[in-house]
Design a protein around this ligand. Structure first.
Ligand code: CAA
Length: 696
């Protein structure tokens, strides 16, 4: 520990240092100082103050020292930098390094004077658990508090389920911990998770000191959170059961089940026993393959969102030995955005941009098509309001950010223009010729193509370095994945801008190479190629879909195709001279999927429940007989092997060709964009854990 002053927004009143040279305390990520009779403990472990072993050791040392200081009347726990503790250090999870977080929290809770956590930024996971070990919690107005462990296949393991239940009740604790979604400070205060929200102008540390002084002046006695069980109303176990069932209905993995058990324990067992059971559940979850897969994805997502080193180095000019590195590529300033094409994709992209605060000019060729697009946008925002996702004024503000036009020149002042027109190279090249003519110098010109050759599009402009692919997934305003397609001449700062744009839009970017279908769609084609053959050999669409769902996919490939419509691929096949006898026969009979009431399944009276269609079975049998294929029973394991094997093989080919930089990027693409079960970590991670490959 050192006696450096606090650096972050948690800064509080200064007074003489109490630790440092001669104090016998080692320098480290935890510092200590006195403010009158209050002790101020600051954690300084950039970037997010994650609690690793060094922080736990530092905290233990400070707490021992504070306990021995007979003058102290209270202690404030705060953090330097941009945030309060954002959780246990995920890189250390699984290593049993003493002291443990529960030990640190027990020591904190046993101090003979009141303590308060001064929270800014985010208090997440182990960070919030640490704060729950304090007598009080005071947060900055913009702070967010959560227990997101379920998202890592875990549950809180340092008393979070127990103490949160005592503070906010079982129902609210189920919502908080079962969903893992953080709460804003106001909502946390209304629930009783925190005691006060600091004023907009107050540093939370100062507000926390004031809170303690007021408390002490009143001579009040406040028990530690762990001793507040008796103050709870008697639990209504029936209501708890109902609420838990609702939560678990949506759950796909074991972690929410463990959360429910831990909260039930908090209600019915003595606190110390409930804590011990929570820890045991946490340890079991930690050792589960699901948690390992989720942690893999956590880091994979963050790696994917950064500019790869080769691009950074190329931009800095340090690829030649001895060359002086130039500056890192800076993202360009993007304020005004344009979208070309107001179809399903274009209007979704316009909404995603408006949702991120951009003023958007949406251009269509005809008034009629434009009005159709704008009406679609209005309907979509109305739906958001009806479903409680947005308030009416919020929806209105966003909708008004989108202005329609039929005049391409209206995009001339845009910093970013995203083309989302018909998927045809000549059409897109025409648009890019026009954009090159009208766009301001330095504007980023992006195409949303999902298959076409980005370099062939960029080549028609005099500024190929400004051209990039931004492959959104439908519906663009909801889906998080964004494939950022790097053309042969795309400038590093354009890629940096695309990553910054994704962050601003709340999307998960992955940089991919400019090859047909990029990464996601190319692998999808490989996965789906064997499907028709499976039907010929005797599988039914329902059997294939069930095998996929059992594997963890939210939906099987045939249900998915019925939902999306079979006609688009059919038209593409006809245009390119390809054939897919089964699917072609369905389309020729007008069976395009849900929208026509028949496809791979039949649907009754506009309902969305897929029912087996004997017509499909007959067609498969006829075709099989014609080809001399004898139908047989196919096990789910074979169905998975014959579809997922090609998926993984294509992923490996993509890596060999450098279309994706890392196997983990492919995992991010498939879990964010295609519904590959996150509990399995993505296709390449899954293949590696199954021993199918050793280089994924
Ligand atoms: N442990 C280790 N590293 C972490 C971390 C953690 N808990 N949280 C973030 N980081 C790292 C990231 O990997 C990233 O590192 P690089 O710069 O090397 O990529 C860096 O901190 C910054 O993170 P972000 O890019 O995510 O920054 P952000 O500003 O977008 O988001 C955040 C900040 C909201 C805190 C986000 O990082 C986050 O959600 N973190 C994880 C929170 C979480 O899940 N906490 C629970 C941990 S499990 C736990 O605590 C169990 C327990 O009880 C014992």
């Amino acid at each position: 520990m050192t006696d450096q002053p606090e650096a972050g927004p948690g800064s509080g009143p200064e007074s003489g240092p109490e630790s440092g040279p001669g104090s016998g305390l080692e320098p480290g990520p935890v510092t200590w100082r006195r403010d009158g009779t209050l002790g101020i403990v600051t954690i300084n472990n950039p970037p997010v103050n994650a609690i690793g072993q060094a922080v736990r050791l530092g905290l233990m040392q400070v707490l021992e020292r504070a306990a021995a200081d007979t003058d102290l009347t209270g202690l404030v726990l705060c953090c330097a930098g941009r945030t309060f503790v954002a959780g246990a250090d995920i890189t250390e999870l699984g290593q049993r390094l003493d002291p443990t977080l529960p030990q640190v929290i027990a020591r904190l809770e046993a101090l003979p004077f009141p303590t308060v956590a001064a929270i800014h930024g985010t208090a997440l996971g182990g960070g919030l658990e640490l704060a729950l070990g304090c007598t009080f919690r005071v947060a900055a107005p913009g702070a967010r508090l959560g227990l997101p462990e379920v998202k890592l296949g875990l549950l809180p393991g340092a008393g979070g389920t127990v103490r949160a239940t005592y503070l906010i009740g079982a129902r609210a604790a189920l919502d908080l911990i079962g969903t893992g979604n953080p709460l804003p400070a106001d909502a946390a205060r209304n629930l009783g998770l925190i005691d006060a929200v600091a004023g907009a102008q107050d540093a939370p540390t100062r507000a926390a000191c004031d809170h303690l002084r007021r408390h002490n002046a009143q001579g009040a006695i406040s028990p530690p959170v762990l001793h507040r069980k008796d103050a709870m109303p008697p639990p209504d176990m029936a209501a708890f059961g109902d609420h838990a069932r609702k939560l678990l209905r949506k759950a796909r993995s074991a972690a929410p089940v463990a959360v429910v058990e831990a909260i039930r324990n908090a209600l019915v067992l003595p606190p110390v026993e409930a804590l011990a059971r929570e820890r045991a559940l946490f340890q079991a979850a930690l050792e589960s393959p699901v948690s390992a897969a989720r942690r893999h994805l956590f880091f994979a997502e963050r790696k994917a969102a950064r500019l790869p080193r080769d691009i950074r180095d190329a931009a800095r000019g340090d690829t030649h030995p001895g060359a002086l590195p130039g500056p890192r590529p800076e993202a360009r300033h993007l304020a005004r955005a344009g979208v070309v094409g107001a179809g399903l994709m274009g209007s979704g992209i316009a909404m995603a941009l408006a949702d991120a605060g951009f003023d958007v000019t949406l251009r269509e060729v005809s008034q009629e098509a434009l009005q159709k697009g704008l009406a679609r946008i209005a309907r979509s925002y109305d739906k958001d309001v009806a479903r409680g996702r947005l308030s009416a004024p919020q929806a209105r503000t966003r909708r008004l950010r989108i202005v329609g036009t039929t005049d391409l020149a209206a995009l001339s002042e845009c910093d970013l223009i995203i083309e989302a027109a018909f998927e045809d190279l000549a059409v897109k090249q025409d648009i890019f010729r026009d954009l090159d003519r009208i766009a301001r110098p330095g504007a980023i010109l992006a195409t949303n193509t999902s298959y076409l050759d980005l370099d062939a599009i960029a080549a028609v402009t005099a500024r190929p370095a400004d051209v990039v692919g931004l492959h959104f997934f439908s519906p663009a305003q909801r889906m998080t994945l964004l494939e950022v397609v790097r053309g042969a001449r795309t400038a590093p700062d354009v890629l940096a801008s695309a990553l910054a744009l994704a962050r601003r839009m709340g999307k998960q970017p992955v940089i991919v190479g400019a090859a047909r279908g990029f990464v996601g769609n190319r692998m999808l084609a490989a996965r789906n190629a064997p499907l028709a053959r499976l039907l010929l050999e005797g599988a039914t669409p329902a059997a294939v879909d069930a095998a996929f769902r059992d594997f963890g996919w939210p939906m099987g490939p045939f249900e998915m195709q019925d939902m999306a419509g079979l006609d688009i691929s059919w038209r593409n096949r006809k245009a390119t001279g390809q054939a897919e006898p089964l699917a072609d026969a369905l389309c020729e009979a007008g069976h395009f999927g849900q929208k026509t009431g028949r496809g791979w399944y039949r649907y009754e009276d506009g309902a969305r429940t897929p029912l087996p269609d004997p017509h499909v079975t007959r067609l498969s049998r006829t075709l099989a007989a014609r080809r001399g294929v004898a139908p047989r029973a196919l096990e789910a394991a074979e169905i998975i092997a014959r579809t997922h094997g090609p998926l993984v093989d294509e992923g490996r080919a993509i890596l060999r060709e450098g279309i994706a930089a890392r196997a983990s990027d492919i995992d991010v693409i498939w879990t964010h964009g295609y519904g590959f079960p996150g509990d399995l970590g993505g296709p390449m991670y899954w293949a590696r854990t199954q021993g199918l490959i050793d280089d994924g």
